[in-house]
Design a protein. Structure first.
Length: 154
């Protein structure tokens, strides 16, 4: 068996090579743009901030997408955001709490702390009171948001 795992290279067809090349080119282009988002947010690039928020709203799943989302959340937590962006990110925090359970709660908490308002607080407390996995996650995110708020106000 070769390094690539093919038992018999004669089984590889020309069509496979073309398809593989297209896939690597297409996915590489997408992933490069995604991996640049945290840096664009850090640089306060307005288009980059919007693209990063949209990325979090759509929550795509691909190789290392969760790590990129966590970096984006951390970087957005340090940005001056418009009211519309804060509202959109409130929806992201709640969606991460209720639907998506694979991302880091500290990063979600930092973002939540940065956009903190009474509506977000009430929604997280309501979720936490339900118990279960979502309740536990909401409690941890609330705690992380409060910790973030304390650390940035000192």
């Amino acid at each position: 068996m070769s390094q690539q795992g093919w038992a018999d290279h004669s089984l590889r067809t020309h069509e496979h090579d073309i398809t593989r090349e297209w896939y690597l080119t297409a996915s590489g282009g997408f992933l490069e743009a995604v991996w640049e988002l945290p840096d664009l947010v850090r640089e306060r690039n307005a288009g980059g901030v919007e693209a990063a928020i949209t990325y979090l709203e759509t929550a795509p799943r691909c190789f290392r997408s969760g790590y990129v989302a966590e970096r984006i959340m951390r970087r957005l937590s340090r940005q001056a955001l418009t009211d519309d962006q804060r509202s959109r990110l409130t929806s992201v925090v709640l969606a991460e709490t209720v639907q998506r359970q694979s991302r880091g709660w500290r990063d979600i908490g930092a973002l939540g702390g940065a956009i903190w308002n009474q509506d977000l607080r009430a929604a997280l407390i309501s979720l936490a009171s339900r118990g279960g996995v979502q309740g536990h996650r909401a409690a941890r995110i609330t705690s992380a948001a409060e910790e973030w708020r304390r650390s940035t106000s000192a």
